[in-house]
Design a binder for this molecule. Sequence first.
Ligand code: NAD
Length: 394
Amino acid sequence: MDIITKSCFSSSVRLSDSNHAVSLGFAHLQASTRFFPQTASVSFIRRKCVRAMSGDNMERGGVKPLFVKIPGSDLPTQIETRFKVTVVGVGNVGMACAQTCLTEDLVDELALVDIQADKLRGEMLDLQHAAAFLPRVKIVADTDYAISAGSDICIVTAGARQREGESRPSLLGRNLTLFKSIIPQLVHYSPNAILLIVSNPVDILTYVSWKLSGFPPNRVIGTGTNLDSSRLRFLIADKFDVNAHNVHGYMVGEHGDSSVPLWSTLTLANVPVLNVRDKNGVSYSKESLQELHRTVVESAYEVIKLKGYTSWAIGYSTASLVKSLLRDQRRIYPVSVRAKGFYGIENEVYLSLPSQLGRAGVLGVANVKMGEEEMQKLQQSAKTIWKLQSELEF
Ligand SMILES: NC(=O)c1ccc[n+]([C@@H]2O[C@H](COP(=O)([O-])OP(=O)(O)OC[C@H]3O[C@@H](n4cnc5c(N)ncnc54)[C@H](O)[C@@H]3O)[C@@H](O)[C@H]2O)c1
């Protein structure tokens, strides 16, 4: 049953034209994962595969099997999944992360977890129905965290959403309780995973996740100011009429209100932005750039006011981090990491610093040039986070 079993498995999550005759019977099974204990559905599929492809069936009624094993083949009965990613929380942000990971071809298995069973199943089916247009990926979903077992990365987006005008810290109390139920279960089923936290306030919840997980700090990361930095790069790129990929620079510190732009790292074609004029002949000073920083900080509130939530940019930001982690790209991102001891930060906090991300998680924090004022703001950002965090009970 080896090859036959394997081809039936792959068919069960994909409905491509070429194999749909074999797969139709199994697509429903896969879609209904949460109603079938895995072992039961697996053995059912196996049995069905054997029947469908046995010698007896080769020409029954003129109907031929789609594939026939080459005599003498030595094929494995199971193919190991290479990269498995779990997304906890299938709201706007979770689905943007899931969708971007799929279109960027980053995962072989995607597991979705949420407390809303119907929404979860609906989102899973909706993604599965795009199988003909996506890379081959097994997509599963369940309210039970067992579905996340063996994940390489667990992305946590579950939580109460930021309300119009609500500061990120005010979300904290609402989200802390959720994390106490989520993190231990992820750790139980995926003890070697990297936790990638997205829910807000992201810096404190990343610290909470680190504490609750017992993982080494290199395996607990928050998306942090990667998104803020992208927003800044977009604004600069627009002013200079260049590709945002060619705008280099970081915002560090807290994701959001007390974030710190490192103007001295902000360059275009290696030229500091402070030394060149934009497409309208405007030149910039540190003071005029503060206006851009304000725009960046307010942009999340603006998007929330306009459409109710933010999703696409954080989805792409997260997928970009997943790519560097899973593929060991060793790219440098401003993400929320355990910051104590760096740049004069004395408190036990998570906040964003330019960090190298590879298969083992955070490989190191970059020693970037930081002015005295920037360093002070960063330390102030750490104190702001610490003050809120020290009131937590968990
Ligand atoms: N870090 C960033 O840059 C960034 C950007 C945007 C949004 N966010 C944050 O992401 C989070 C999600 O935002 P959203 O717009 O997707 O919200 P949403 O309300 O659309 O989705 C939240 C999802 O979490 C689920 N959920 C709630 N409790 C759960 C639990 N115990 N276990 C599993 N799932 C649970 C809900 O059922 C819902 O599907 C918020 O905290 C938001 O502030 C962070």
